[in-house]
Design a protein around this ligand. Structure first.
Ligand SMILES: Cc1cc2nc3c(=O)[nH]c(=O)nc-3n(C[C@H](O)[C@H](O)[C@H](O)COP(=O)(O)O)c2cc1C
Length: 334
């Protein structure tokens, strides 16, 4: 599925039929987002479906540059592109189309008609079970061929997935994640923000991170990077022990570090997470150190990364897939 940029006036491009928009947006909204803030808004004009960030959902303490907000919106954009493939069209996308309107992240229309490929149908089938995995992994290995496939996905979206296999490099990363996690734990404003975006058992909220998706225990098990503390000692976390080591650790990087790169990183993230989920492989995500410029620079330097780190991931196999709630399309559509 290639992203097409609408420059050729002769190329056939159509607005998305109004009766399909809500269903396509609902597909897009299955994307991962920082703290499940779902920080996206869609607006249908006669010509285009517009994507913007929803600034009412900013995280000023955790994400002051809105890097993670744009990664989240990029992930939703990938979901929308894939949903357009499902209805038999190539998506026509203009990323950041108007420098005078930086809030307008993307314009999307239907491109040429073309049935979804078998590969795209596999990714679509994995959409309902793709989730951020904060529980134990099973001991089923993750094949090297799958990791290579995830790297191809990242490259196809203009990013790169660097695996951290050597024990010494892994330990350096684990130490930095743990140190960043400790620093966040001491930060009252960051803790307040996490509290605002976590949900207790039985909450009817359709955003935020629910207790069934995170553990109470905050000590990482061997081989696991430190997890963000969503529980904050409140006893909300309902996930069981962490057991079973992840099979692979990786960093998603981009060549530059501007809003277009963040949107590319988000599209790459969603695409590779869906490919992994199509094999019942899921990822835990660890962005605490990337939220501090100092730790982020140190990760890039110490791991000698050939680009800017955007996401830290650990992959493993699991037989369970608890999806979290999303707001209905009507809530994110103007
Ligand atoms: C930019 C970004 C940063 C994230 N950072 C973390 C993180 O540090 N720790 C974590 O457990 N999950 C993290 N997540 C995962 C989100 O919490 C998750 O996507 C959201 O709660 C929705 O749940 P789902 O992925 O299971 O659908 C991040 C997701 C995104 C897109």
């Amino acid at each position: 599925m290639t992203e097409t940029v609408a420059r050729d006036p002769g190329r056939q491009e159509l607005p998305i039929p109004p009766d399909l928009i809500a269903a396509l947006v609902a597909r897009a909204a299955r994307a991962p987002s920082v703290h499940n803030t779902q920080p996206w808004r869609f607006r249908a004009t006669p010509q285009w479906l517009e994507l913007r960030a929803d600034h009412a959902r900013d995280l000023p303490q955790t994400d002051p540059a809105r890097r993670e907000e744009l990664i989240s919106c990029g992930a939703a954009l990938y979901g929308l592109r894939l949903a357009i493939r499902e209805i038999g069209y190539r998506p026509a996308v203009r990323l950041l189309p108007d420098p005078a309107r930086p809030g307008l992240l993307a314009l999307v229309r239907l491109g040429a008609a073309a049935p979804a490929t078998a590969d795209e149908l596999r990714l679509l089938a994995a959409l309902p079970r793709r989730h951020t995995h904060r529980g134990a992994f099973s001991s089923v290995p993750v094949p090297a061929s799958l990791l290579a496939g995830l790297q191809r996905d990242a490259a196809a979206e203009g990013a790169a997935l660097v695996t951290i296999a050597e024990p010494a490099r892994y330990q350096q990363l684990a130490d930095l994640v743990a140190a960043a996690d400790q620093a966040q734990h001491r930060d009252v404003a960051i803790r307040r923000e996490v509290r605002r975006w976590t949900r207790p058992r039985g909450s009817p909220a359709r955003d935020g991170v629910p207790g069934y998706a995170f553990p109470r225990q905050r000590q990482p098990a061997a081989g696991h990077l430190a997890q963000r503390d969503f529980d904050l000692g409140r006893g909300l976390g309902m996930l069981g022990g962490r057991g079973g080591r992840p099979a692979a650790t990786a960093v998603l990087i981009t060549a530059a570090d501007d809003p277009a790169d963040w949107l590319r990183a988000g599209q790459a993230l969603h695409r590779l997470l869906l490919r992994a989920a199509s094999h019942w492989v899921f990822a835990s995500l660890h962005t605490q150190p990337l939220e501090s410029p100092g730790f982020r620079d140190e990760i890039q330097a110490r791991l000698a990364l050939p680009g800017n780190p955007q996401m830290l991931l650990q992959f493993g196999h699991s037989h369970t897939a608890a999806a979290t709630a999303r707001r209905p399309a009507a809530d994110v559509l103007d």
